[in-house]
Design a protein around this ligand. Structure first.
Ligand code: DGT
Ligand code: CA
Ligand code: CA
Length: 574
């Protein structure tokens, strides 16, 4: 069985959950959680790293213990620690832990006092009013539990784009290798680079459709087959991800690709235009009466309604149709346009590599410059730099730049924005830097007015260059903090400073709609990896996907500039 990052992450999460219910050492629990997070955020397959003989203990959060387990899972497909824990506790207890309001202590009580270990048992007990009498519970908690179980039933799981990619890429490769298959493409939200994906919609053309379907349902990660015909099938992979495959004739490939790329809102708007022209469009083609006038390619389909081809990332009915009609579609930024990365960490704070190895890795990916931006002292968990340590790092950077390494390092810091909007290091030190990235890492719960004022005030510091991960959200894990992003973007324009689009697959922050706004206001956006290890540079492509959804062109992106132009733009913020 092929093992993906997500499979191993799920094992680590389950171990952490079960340890927590048993009341185990919190540090041990956290170690597993950190490991899971690293695996999920990794732009590459861990298996490949291991096969290449790379030392995976250099990845953030992967120590000796977790590395051993990763090797065990990759080699045997099993994890003995988890199996042992599962014998001690019923596995479905973990589902209870995922209900909001139910921590490990409460789950422990439900299990030991009422012998509850499934959602159904919990639902019944809560309806019967048994739960409120447990120590640490009450009528309010009981009501919340009932509500949460209901809500749980309504939400179907979505997958982060990076995780969906870990399943989609090998599956597409597998389908392409089938004899007689010509084209294979993933359509749907995946092709539009949405930050999360509900299911995969794959299209293929082939000499023999039936044979492709046969091979598809035999893919070794398929857990169940929901439906199956001669040209289409729907399956669920072991990960829970649903995949639809349609094999279509060559003459309607473009029509199908167009239709199933969506979005629904975009399709509906375009269909309306077609109707006005007396055309009918569907997944088989564009038709005038019975006559097919387009279908083999997407370009043909767009041409039939009088439009140029629109990049998938724009197809959200957010103005792209009007722009296309007026000849004003943006020429979207591409990964190859990036000339540098303005946010990276080293061992000096919470990164995992030396300054030199980060520089080398960035250079090997074709970047011309890299800003070293470790954390500032307030972030003690990240071993943040005080003035003295930062000054020492600046010397190391000077020394590096004196050599000939094929890349220039810029001097920077990711400085904490304190609650009152001041910065965590003195101006006389910040002045010496090329780039000062301000970041909110605390007091996420401040009111909208206070949080906004805090950030605006930080931007007013003449040394401030760039606002890191502007909303602070972590996809599926932490909501954005409440800020007035329109005001922040306008303020950035007045102050001549910039916004980050953090490319970490859990962040993707700026959001796409904020990118659009920044572009309209003329505020440059920097697409940064926020790399803590070498492999993190691979995440830049997800940042570019998000930027494209936000209509950004090469000229709208700060780090597409050559170094001299970039230096001028950085200096202009002061
Ligand atoms: P997802 O899977 O929730 O992340 O989002 P999508 O956009 O991939 O949606 P999905 O998988 O339900 O359908 C794929 C595409 O097929 C969708 O983007 C547009 C097209 N489509 C599906 N159902 C309809 C429909 O009822 N009307 C129209 N116009 N298009 C549809
Ligand atoms: Ca889909
Ligand atoms: Ca679908």
């Amino acid at each position: 069985m092929p093992v993906h990052n997500e499979d191993i992450a799920a094992v680590f999460d389950e171990i952490a959950d079960l340890l927590e219910i048993e009341g185990d050492n919190p540090f041990r629990v956290r170690a597993y959680r950190n490991g899971a997070r690293t695996l999920r955020g990794l732009g590459r397959d861990i298996r490949t790293l291991v096969e290449r003989g790379e030392d995976i203990t250099r990845l953030p959060g992967i120590g000796k213990n977790l590395a051993t387990k990763i090797h065990e899972i990759l080699e045997t497909g099993r994890c003995r620690t988890l199996e042992k824990l599962r014998k001690q506790l019923p596995a479905d207890l973990v589902d209870l832990l995922h209900l909001p309001g139910l921590g490990p202590k409460r789950v422990h009580a439900l299990y030991h006092e009422l012998d509850i270990h499934t959602l159904e048992q919990l639902l019944r007990a809560a309806r019967d009013g048994l739960v409120r009498h447990l120590p640490g519970f009450g009528p309010k908690t009981e009501a919340r539990i009932l509500e949460a179980i209901q809500a749980h039933a309504d939400t179907t799981k979505r997958f982060k784009l990076v995780v969906a990619a870990q399943y989609a890429e090998p599956l597409v490769e597998y389908l392409r290798s089938i004899d007689g298959v010509k084209q294979v493409e993933v359509a749907g939200s995946y092709r539009r680079a949405r930050e999360t994906v509900g299911d995969l919609d794959i299209l293929a053309t082939a000499r023999n459709g039936r044979r492709v379907i046969e091979r598809f349902v035999a893919y070794d990660e398929v857990e169940s087959v929901l439906s199956r015909g001669s040209t289409r099938a729907t399956v669920i992979l072991r990960s829970g991800l649903q995949v639809d495959l349609r094999v279509v004739p060559q003459k309607s490939y473009g029509a199908a690709l167009y239709y199933f790329t969506g979005s629904r809102a975009h399709n509906i708007a375009v269909r309306r235009i077609a109707q006005k022209r007396g055309l009918k469009i569907n997944e088989y083609g564009a038709f005038r009466g019975d006559q097919r006038i387009a279908g083999a390619t997407e370009e043909e389909m767009f041409a039939a309604v009088g439009l140029p081809w629109i990049p998938p990332e724009l197809r959200e009915n957010r103005g792209e149709i009007e722009a296309a009609r007026a000849g004003l579609l943006p020429k979207l930024v591409e990964t190859g346009d990036l000339r540098g990365d303005l946010h990276a960490h080293t061992k000096a704070s919470d990164g995992h590599e030396s300054l030199r190895s980060m520089a080398k890795a960035a250079r090997d990916r074709g970047l011309e410059y890299l800003a070293i931006t470790d954390h500032s002292k307030r972030l003690t968990v990240a071993h943040g730099l005080d003035s003295k340590r930062l000054l020492a790092q600046l010397e190391a950077i000077d020394e590096f730049n004196e050599g000939d390494h094929g890349i220039t390092l810029l001097k920077g810091i990711e400085v904490d924005i304190l609650e009152d909007g001041s910065l965590d290091l003195p101006d006389r030190v910040l002045e010496k830097l090329d780039i000062v990235i301000g970041a909110v890492h605390s007091r996420f719960e401040l009111s909208r007015a206070k949080q906004t004022r805090r950030i605006l005030r930080a931007m007013d510091n003449p040394n401030f260059t760039l606002l890191a991960h502007p909303t602070g959200r972590l996809i599926d894990r932490r909501d954005p903090y409440d800020v007035d992003m329109t005001r922040i973007i306008r303020h950035a324009r007045e102050r001549h400073c910039y916004l980050e689009l953090n490319a970490h697959p859990e962040r993707l922050d700026l959001l796409d709609t904020h990118c659009q706004l920044a572009r309209e206001e003329g505020v440059l956006v920097s697409i940064n990896s926020d790399a803590h290890s070498i492999s993190d540079f691979d995440n830049l492509r997800f940042g570019v996907g998000q930027a494209r959804r936000g209509w950004l062109e090469k000229k709208d992106v700060l780090n597409t500039r050559k170094l001299p132009a970039l230096r001028r733009l950085l200096a202009a913020t002061r």
